[in-house]
Ligand binder design. Structure first.
Ligand SMILES: C[S@@+](CC[C@H](N)C(=O)[O-])C[C@H]1O[C@@H](n2cnc3c(N)ncnc32)[C@H](O)[C@@H]1O
Length: 302
């Protein structure tokens, strides 16, 4: 696939667990012969897609690219960026003009809460790209507290107002460059296993699941109702073992659980420990460098 744009593509929304901080560590651990051997690349937990955009902006000989996320609004936003960049930019420009024209913080907060209510009153209309809904999500992403995405147990987006006076609501260049490299990419909305059912030799898969909390207070699994508990982590490890047996290559990141949970789960695979800057603690304490693991189904470093 030919993939070019005037600006290096990067995530078009901020997503909790975004991998921008860890990109160099992840890139350094891609197979050394990625260009020669990888024909299918998949990200079953795509989120903001930081590594995906990095890979698509580098030389490659990929014939298929598959992204997946179980969050229906996130998958819709990816489809809209891919297929309807002009309409999305037009909708976001209207938001930008209206929002920045508001006289004070009270007005901006009211506007934000109105958009949040509209978002919570609807849902994406099936599999075809829903531009209006994607614009609501991107607006909320730029104006809510810290760019968080969090839903309550009823599935309603409940992040408070972010108090930014000049948020960049319509980032036209980023949307256009992302759209250009997403041409031909398959965008799935489902469980991670759906994205890799036919994986085998020539595949490389990057798994970035919701992290296992390292303490009771650091949990952040609220991307969707339901969460991602230890049973889900085990189901993912089983999937990785199946893929290894099928001849597919993969890499996975997660938190460095102090109880050795992942050392046990991924015994026999290569586990590297890296330090990453993280800021998902809403109170601001607990920020700083935390240890994360990168697991790969290779037996030795290259
Ligand atoms: C840590 S985030 C991915 C971050 C991403 N790599 C980035 O750079 O922005 C994890 C994602 O997994 C998704 N997710 C949670 N459970 C899932 C499941 N069972 N199948 C597929 N996606 C799931 C969440 O909606 C969330 O977007």
């Amino acid at each position: 696939m030919k993939r070019e744009s005037s600006k290096d593509p990067k995530p078009f929304l901020k997503w909790v667990g975004g991998k921008t901080q860890l990109l160099s560590e992840l890139e350094a651990r891609l197979p050394a012969d990625f260009i020669e051997t990888v024909r299918v690349y998949a990200e079953p937990f795509v989120g903001g897609g930081a590594l995906l955009f990095r890979i698509l902006s580098r030389p490659n000989r990929l014939e298929r690219v598959i992204v997946n996320d179980c969050n229906i609004d996130l998958a819709n936003a990816w489809r809209v960026v891919q297929a309807e960049p002009d309409a999305l930019i037009a909708a976001l420009s209207r938001f930008q003009a209206e929002y920045t024209g508001l006289p004070d913080e009270a007005g901006r907060k009211n506007f934000y809460l109105g958009v949040r209510s509209a978002f919570n009153a609807g849902h994406p209309s099936g599999n075809s790209p829903d531009v209006g809904r994607a614009a609501l999500l991107l607006f909320l992403n730029r104006t809510c507290f810290n760019g968080l995405y969090r839903v309550n147990n009823k599935g309603l987006f409940n992040v408070p107002f972010g108090k930014y006076a000049h948020p960049g609501i319509c980032d036209e260049l980023t949307i256009r460059s992302a759209s250009a490299v997403l041409s031909g990419v398959k965008i799935n909305c489902g469980d991670f296993t759906d994205a890799v059912v036919d994986a085998g030799p020539g595949w490389f898969i990057y798994f970035d699941p919701p992290y296992r909390p390292v303490s009771d207070t650091s949990a952040f699994c609220d991307y969707t109702r339901g969460g991602f508990g230890d049973d889900e982590q085990r189901r993912l490890a089983e999937c990785c073992r199946r893929l290894d047996a099928a001849g597919a290559g993969w890499m996975l990141s997660n938190s460095d659980a102090p109880d050795g949970f992942f050392d046990e789960l991924y015994r026999g695979f290569r586990i590297d420990r890296v330090r990453a800057a993280r800021a998902i603690n809403a109170k601001g304490d607990g920020r700083g460098k935390v240890s994360e693991i990168i697991v790969r189904n290779i037996r030795e470093a290259h």
